[in-house]
Design a protein around this ligand. Structure first.
Ligand SMILES: [Zn+2]
Length: 293
């Protein structure tokens, strides 16, 4: 079987700086700052680190670390990789702006199965809605030329579903509580898989079933793909959001038996084991030198 990712490139955008802002509903959102420059990058060469960083944030949440520590970790993550693109990742299709209504598979954030497209978008534009109008399935999005970064991103991603470029607008933000949940989900899945194999000999049936169920909870949208004729026919994955990219890369990493993701017995962080029996993430942790978090 040929490597399915051979020709994959998944571009995403990030701003140079972000800030937490509290909206009228009392929720805190992370948004790009007013004058931060935007840049575009390919997530694929960073896949390993991206997955590890995401799982380690989830582990902080899981271990009930202090709020300021979790917030700082999410902030650093977003400065490195950009926001998750949840607005595009949650609905059944990334093309949701072309429909009158948004359809949502079961998720822990929004109860309703369908909702008006603009009402849905408001979840991610707590301060200022984009200049986006809809009448039935017709929609018009005016990208103002005054923000050159936004305009350049709209152009760069012009061939993809519009929700992607809309999620790169400066007024687009993601709620802290929701991001925390997303990271926690990944850490939970990782722990279920890790513990299942790690303690296989000593686990009773009940615990094994619990981990199996833990892994089965990992559901939601899967990315679609299309075919393209390059030097030969290739599969092109349609991720359209960092969240789906990550989810998929994470799943692939979980299957890795050569350098599996493991939990360091000293510091409790996830790491890629150079050998299958590695127990510590670094020499410092092996000698008990590094500080426990
Ligand atoms: Zn360690």
């Amino acid at each position: 079987m040929k490597n399915l990712f051979e020709h994959t490139s998944a571009y995403w955008a990030k701003y140079a700086s972000y800030e937490w802002r509290k909206a009228a509903d009392g929720k805190e959102y992370l948004l790009p700052t007013d004058d931060a420059k935007a840049s575009v990058y390919n997530t694929m060469p960073l896949a390993d680190q991206l997955v590890l960083d995401a799982v380690n944030i989830g582990l902080l949440v899981m271990h009930k670390s202090p709020e300021r520590k979790i917030k700082a970790a999410i902030y650093t993550f977003v400065c490195n990789y950009g926001l998750l693109g949840m607005m595009t990742a949650l609905p059944t299709t990334a093309n949701f702006v072309e429909y009158e209504k948004v359809y949502l598979p079961k998720n822990q954030f929004i109860r309703q199965e369908t909702m008006d497209t603009l009402t849905y978008m408001k979840f991610f534009f707590p301060f200022k809605m984009p200049d986006f109008r809809k009448r039935g399935i017709e929609s018009v999005w005016n990208v103002s030329g005054s923000d050159r970064d936004e305009a350049a991103l709209a152009l760069t991603f012009g061939d993809e579903p519009r929700s992607k470029a809309i999620s790169f607008m400066r007024s687009y933000g993601e709620p802290y509580e929701w991001m925390k949940e997303v990271f926690l989900d990944w850490a939970f899945t990782f722990m279920s898989a890790f513990m299942y194999y790690h303690n296989q000999d000593v686990l009773d049936k009940h615990t094994r079933d619990m981990y199996r169920r833990g892994l089965a909870c990992f559901e939601g949208n899967a990315p679609t793909y299309h075919l393209a004729l390059r030097e030969h026919p290739v599969i092109v994955w349609d991720f359209h959001s960092l969240m789906l990219t990550l989810k998929f890369l994470f799943s692939v990493k979980l299957m890795d038996t050569k350098n599996p993701m493991r939990l360091c017995e000293h510091c409790g962080k996830a790491f890629y084991a150079p050998r299958t029996d590695s127990r510590y993430c670094s020499a410092g942790c092996r000698n008990g030198m590094s500080k426990k978090p």
